[in-house]
Ligand binder design. Sequence first.
Ligand SMILES: Cc1cc2nc3c(=O)[nH]c(=O)nc-3n(C[C@H](O)[C@H](O)[C@H](O)COP(=O)(O)OP(=O)(O)OC[C@H]3O[C@@H](n4cnc5c(N)ncnc54)[C@H](O)[C@@H]3O)c2cc1C
Length: 382
Amino acid sequence: MAEPDFYLSDEQRELQRALREFVSKEIAPIAAECDRQERYPVDLFPRLGGLGYLGLGFPEELGGSGGSNLDYAILCEELAYGSGGIALGVYVHMALACAAIHAFASEELQKEWLPAALRGERIGAWAFAEAGAGSDAGSIATRAVADGDEYVLDGSKLFITNGPIADFLIVVASTAPEQRIKGLSLFLVERDRPGFKVATSLSKLGVRASEMAELVFESCRVPAANLVGRLHRGFLDSLATLTLGRIASSAFAIGVARAAYEATLAHAGARVQFGQPIGGFQAVRFGIADMAVQIEAARLLCHRAAIAADRGLPHSREASMAKLHATETCTRIVERALHFHGASGFMSDSPIQRYYRDCKVFELGEGSSELQRNMIARELGL
Ligand SMILES: Cc1cc2nc3c(=O)[nH]c(=O)nc-3n(C[C@H](O)[C@H](O)[C@H](O)COP(=O)(O)OP(=O)(O)OC[C@H]3O[C@@H](n4cnc5c(N)ncnc54)[C@H](O)[C@@H]3O)c2cc1C
């Protein structure tokens, strides 16, 4: 039987092998504790940076490690296999904060921030959502008003991953409110800027190893040079970056689903009821067979989108399909995994209950399932 991912290159297989070793030694052992304490293991950033993982997909001259979107999808799946929360913190740093700097910031900002960020010495966050603006970016109320050679930011941001630990934020603010989504710009805000503060750390149901906060900007002045990308167009331009975020989200979902599936396969072989392993009962066997098929199908969609992006082909529809399918599949698989574990999966010390709490967020972030269906329908001409 061929390996399910026989199309990976030797280098990608080696990347996958090395990541699996790293995750089993460095992430899996701390995942439950970080989840319980709602604490991000910030020391991981320089370790991941030192091994070149944070630099995947970024050019070597800016401190990156090169590599492709497919490499990046492999990284996301493996990190999420170890901990959805830890993976989320890395993702926001790499795929949103650093990717926005790389794609749109001036050469000076790139040189100042990217090498250290890709070494994991500075942590980034992406500050988009607000109390009144989630799916609807056009409702963003945080304002950035030009004043000489500065911009003055006022407003607040909600649900910001890495908010409590970030050294810098990419803030989406309105520079032309009447234009709604066409009047949004991106700004790099350093943590120590006067007028910026972390208002509250937020506690959540899942991905608890990632830290989240509400952020406030009160007459927070940033140099005009901190504008990232085009004035009024920064957010629209960044949607291309967010396309890759959808590929990453699908890979995260696959990682969590795979962890739940593997645990269930092992459990089904070991747990004996009515004188036989429960994996001998057809209902359980079929359920686990379905999990294996669904994970491989989801991975193929994810990798197809990544390969299309690597080849410079249109990949927006592919990324939406991958994200929609993988995230909904993950939720279904994790629910079945909990079911087949019986009461043991329901206990606080079981990783299954953590996967159960972690999986739902992938359907919400990076554009909820409904938004993905809308985008796919639009691409289909509806
Ligand atoms: C764990 C976690 C981490 C996060 N990290 C960050 C972060 O780092 N930075 C950041 O900026 N934000 C972050 N967010 C917030 C995230 O961006 C929002 O949750 C997301 O944009 C959805 O917005 P909302 O939660 O306000 O939901 P809403 O937009 O209020 O949606 C609620 C429901 O309405 C549905 N809905 C909305 N519009 C439509 C429509 N047009 N058609 C059909 N259905 C619709 C949605 O699908 C959803 O089911 C995070 C959220 C979570 C849970």
